[in-house]
Design a protein around this ligand. Structure first.
Ligand SMILES: Nc1nc2c(ncn2[C@@H]2O[C@H](COP(=O)(O)OP(=O)(O)O)[C@@H](O)[C@H]2O)c(=O)[nH]1
Ligand SMILES: [Mg+2]
Length: 320
């Protein structure tokens, strides 16, 4: 999953488009930080106007760091979506996700700390504590304000959060209702350095299409499964190529689970669930690749992959 991804160091070394630098252009990184399930990925997708990062109502849907790049004539904002920082969960995969989240706010220009309107938990508290040591300015985004009809009702919550951390700006937002998105861009731009674009202008992410394809399949898995399987499942792309003759993409996805019972659940009665997952994933893959797609999914048992450092690395959980 990682070998064919773009290498940020290579891109930075090339100096991007320094020659064209006009003196006013702004570019930099904005890390999206917070506990699981506050809406970080949904928000990033809305800011980009494009679905890059997978989302679901289950915590820990995002496992990898992913850059979403927004380029205009005046600026390039590179949003860094991260797995939610979480407590509990003692497996190697939990370590991996927390390490990924922790490393994401080093070397960024702005931190967007996302919390959920009306809900402040121990995990938010833990993130707030971490942010005290951060160098970059923190903008607090209170997401899901659509849940509150009356803005006044939010005041006690804002008061409480203000006592827990210091932040540079506070913006009530709703990814669902697209409230506050322009304010986020404005506040980020106030803090973004003047420099040339970091990525070429046609790049929307630092991840390969193959990686995005695996993530799409994993999203459909997360969304279709009950609570017993999602955390024990991952996806590996075995074949990803364009068939010139047929004029379509051939994608083979291998779904790895940890136990025979989980395999049965993913397949479903008479194969119905895996069929549903496949047809939902295919739809998104067609949108991603802008072409016809032939998708085949297999399920295999790989015991203990989520707590085995070597297995994790071979499955692409090695990028921080
Ligand atoms: N009501 C409401 N729900 C939202 C909003 N943004 C995200 N969600 C939901 O919150 C859940 C978690 O979203 P996700 O983006 O995966 O959260 P993440 O774990 O922080 O990346 C999903 O079910 C989203 O649909 C919002 O603005 N309002
Ligand atoms: Mg996420």
């Amino acid at each position: 999953m990682s070998s064919d991804d773009l290498n940020l160091d290579d891109i930075l070394a090339k100096g991007a488009q320094d020659a064209d630098y006009n003196g006013d252009y702004q570019a930099g990184f904005a890390a999206v930080i917070g506990r699981p399930n506050v809406g970080k990925s949904t928000l990033m997708n809305e800011l980009l106007g494009q679905k890059l990062s997978i989302t679901s109502h289950k915590p820990q849907t995002t496992r990898h760091r992913i850059h979403g790049i927004l380029t205009t004539d005046a600026y390039q904002i590179i949003y860094v979506d991260t797995p939610g920082m979480h407590l509990g969960g003692k497996k190697s995969i939990n370590d991996y996700m927390n390490r990924t989240a922790n490393s994401a706010f080093v070397d960024v220009d702005v931190i967007l700390f996302v919390v959920e309107a009306g809900r402040w938990t121990d995990e938010d508290q833990a993130v707030a504590r971490k942010l005290k040591g951060a160098d970059a300015p923190v903008i607090l985004l209170i997401n899901k304000v659509d849940k509150f009809e009356n803005k006044e009702a939010l005041l006690p919550f804002i008061q409480k959060v203000s006592e827990q951390l210091t932040f540079d700006a506070l913006i009530p937002v709703s990814a669902y209702k697209k409230i506050g998105l322009q304010a986020i861009t404005d506040e980020v731009l106030k803090r973004l350095p003047k420099q040339a674009a970091i990525f070429p202008e046609d790049y929307v992410t630092d991840r390969s299409t193959r990686f995005l394809a695996a993530e799409i399949i994993r999203e459909k898995l997360m969304r279709n499964l009950g609570n017993e399987v999602p955390y024990g499942a991952t996806v590996e792309i075995e074949q990803f190529k364009f068939d010139e003759e047929e004029g379509r993409w051939l994608v083979n996805g291998l779904i790895l689970v940890e136990r025979p019972g989980q395999k049965q659940i993913v397949i479903g009665k008479k194969g119905e669930l895996i069929k549903k997952i496949g047809s939902e994933a295919r739809k998104d893959l067609i949108a991603l690749l802008d072409a016809r797609v032939h998708l085949e999914l297999w399920v295999k048992i790989k015991e203990n992959w989520s707590d085995d450092a070597r297995a994790l690395a071979s499955l692409g959980y090695d990028d921080n």
